[in-house]
Structures are given as C-alpha cells and as structure tokens.
Design a protein around this ligand. Sequence first.
Ligand SMILES: [Zn+2]
Length: 449
Amino acid sequence: MLVWFAVTAAVMLAAVWLAERPGTLTAEWRGWRLDTSVGVLFIAVLLLMLAGIALWLFYRWIVGAPGALLDGWGESRRRRGYRELTQGLAAVAAGDGVEAQRHARKAEQLLAEPALTLLLSAQAAQLTDDRDGARQAFQAMLKDEQMAFLGLRGLIAQCLHDGSQAQALAYAERAFELRPQTPWVVHSLFDMQAQIGRWQAAQATLETGLRTKVVTQNKGRTLKALLLVERSRAAERDGKDGDALGLAREAFGLAPERIAVTRRLAEAQLKAGDSRRAMRTIERGWALAPHPDLAEAYLKASGEPDPLKRVAVARKLADQKPEDIESQLALAQASLDAGLWGEARRYLQAAGGASPSARVCRLMAEVEERAHSEQAKVHEWLARAANAPADKAWRCSACGAHHETWRSVCESCGAFGTLHWRAPGSYGHVLPPEPQPAPVLTTTALPGG
Ligand SMILES: [Zn+2]
C-alpha cells in the first residue's frame, strides 16, 4: 500500500516537473513523422512496461495451468485410494471379507502401491476362504523386495494348512535366507526339518539360531543332544556302529539328564560289547532322571540270569537315587520277578505312600495274584488302580499329548524334543500361551519354543 502511494506520488511529481518544463520531441522514420511532448512519451513508455508485465504473467499462467490441474487430479485419486485402503483394513478388522475385497479392488485401481493393496487383498481373500486368491496375492508379494518375507509367511502357513510339507519347507528355506534372525523362521524351519528326519540340516538351523540368540543356550544344548540321538540311531541303521557310538557319546556329554540320551548311549555301548560302560552310563543317567526303560536296560546290560541276583543288581541302580519312586518300583519289580512277595509289597508301599498311583496298584494286584492271596485282595487293588492318580508318562510339553514311547517329534503337534517323563498336570498353565500373529498369518499355529 505504502509502495503504491510512493509510486503514485513519484509519477505525479514527475508529471508536474515535466509540465513545468514543456518540450517537444520529433521522430522521423521512412516518411512518418511523430511530434509529441516529453510527458506523453513518458506515459507511453510506462504503459508499455505495464503491458509487458501483464503479458508475462498471462504466459506463466497458461503454461503452468495443466500441470497444476493434473497434480490436483492425481492428489484426489491418491486420497480416494487411501480412503478405500483404510476402509478395507477396517473391514478386515471387523471380519467382513466381502466388503474388504470390494475396497481392495478399488484401492488397487486408484493406487500405484501394489505392496499395500496386495496385503489387503490377501487378508480379504483369507477372510472369504478364497484360498486361490490369497495364494495369488502372497505369490505376487514375492516379487516385491519389501513384501517378499510377508508373502513367504503367508505361503508357508497355507502350505502347512494344506499338508504340503515339502513346499512349506522350500518356502521356509527361502524365508530363512532372507531373515535368519527372525524367531518364527528359525523355529518353523527347524521343526519342519526335524519332522521329515533331516537331522543334520536341523542341526545347522539350530546352530544359526544359537548364533543369532533366537534359541537360548540351555534349550539349544538339549535340542542338539536329541538331534545327535537321532543321528546316532540313523548311523546304526546304516550299519555305521562306530559313528553311532561317537554321536551318542557327544549327546550324553551335552544332556545326560534326558532319558533318551542316556538310553541311546547305553544301547550303543552294549552293542559295542562294552556292558560295564553301558551300566555306568545308566547309573549316571539314573541319578539325574530315572525311568523304567533305563532299569530294564541296566538289568539287560548286567547279563545276570539269576532272578535273586538281579534284585541285587537293581539295588545298585536304585542306590543312585534311593528316594525316587522309580527306584522303589524298580526294586519292587525285581523282587516280584524273584518271587520275593514280602519285599515287593514293602517297596510298593514305600513307592505308593498314602495315595498309590495306578501303576503301584496294578503291581500290588500282580503281587497278590502271584502270591496266591485271596482273590478279594487282587480285586481290591485292581479297583483302586481304576481310580488312582495317573502315573508319569511321556507327555508333550507343547500340546500335552500322551505317548506310549519316547520319540523326538511329537506325533500330535510335530514339535521337536518336547516329550518329557512327567505326571499329568505338571505343566498346567505354567507355559505361556503362544503369541498370536497378525490375522494374515493365523491359518496355522507356527510352532514356537
Ligand atoms: Zn505335542
């Protein structure tokens, strides 16, 4: 405003100055003649300058307009695309797959962001049970560097759900290459390799897990020992007894507290003809974790045929952990086999205490039967066995499933190394629940731990 005032004032002053000093100007050009005053020329020059500025501004406006117009159009398109995306995600969260798919299709048309719209499409497809659609979306994600990992996770979950183990393993291997430090990748790949008996590959995965601290040292130690047990068994099947013994010894060095480890080494040593070493192995294992199978293997290793002398052998083993119920039961069984009814009853009473377990009751019934006691006594023990508290058994710490014999992979949930010799309910709710992955990945529970 002030500027305009100053400019106007200057122009007026100049006009007055020019009017006070009149002068004429004459120009001649090819027969044309122009006579004018200096004031008029001054005003003409000023008008020309203003017209020039106006023309320049007009030109700028003409050139810039289409770009600005396009920009505005693209911006509104993007905004609409993101709105579709947001509404789609909201529909997924609300569990409305059809609605989510509708928004996903619109977002796809409006946005040039395949990564974002693919994720929405995959989730929408999963919600509507459109397995082909979900698989296509996951596979399309593999082409995008940033989305490939998520796509692999979706594909692994889908393959596991469909029971295509081999394909799931191939995808898990790719995911492991991309991110070997991600816990679920390490755990799933390890479990898959173990499930199909690729012990050495599983061991390599485990070593990576230990290096990246995805697996704790203690857990890694026992898992490795159990893998070595399996490798030792496989070596024995292949006729490589020397390797089998070496692997079993390595396993025992890592986790002598695992019954399967002790048993494997004792078996390998017995096969190598070293029964004294086998017995020492079982004694060391018994002190840490006694088990009926170990008692049986111990008596076998002793090679003692005389039932009465076998009681003395059993006592030597029981002395490694005298207060344990398994020690009492091993002595009771040996006494029963030797026909020492009184001894057998005494050990069983010690093992059973106030509320004898089903196994103790059944053994009591057997003692009374073989000792030719009254039938009423036998029936009483059998009746008590039916209502007695359950015994220790091979139970999976991941799913709680019960197994007759030990195996490295749980038949029920496929977890590796989770079978322990325990009483029911000894886990209870101690184990924390598995963390729930994002909705896109819930088609299967990826085993953890
Ligand atoms: Zn299980």
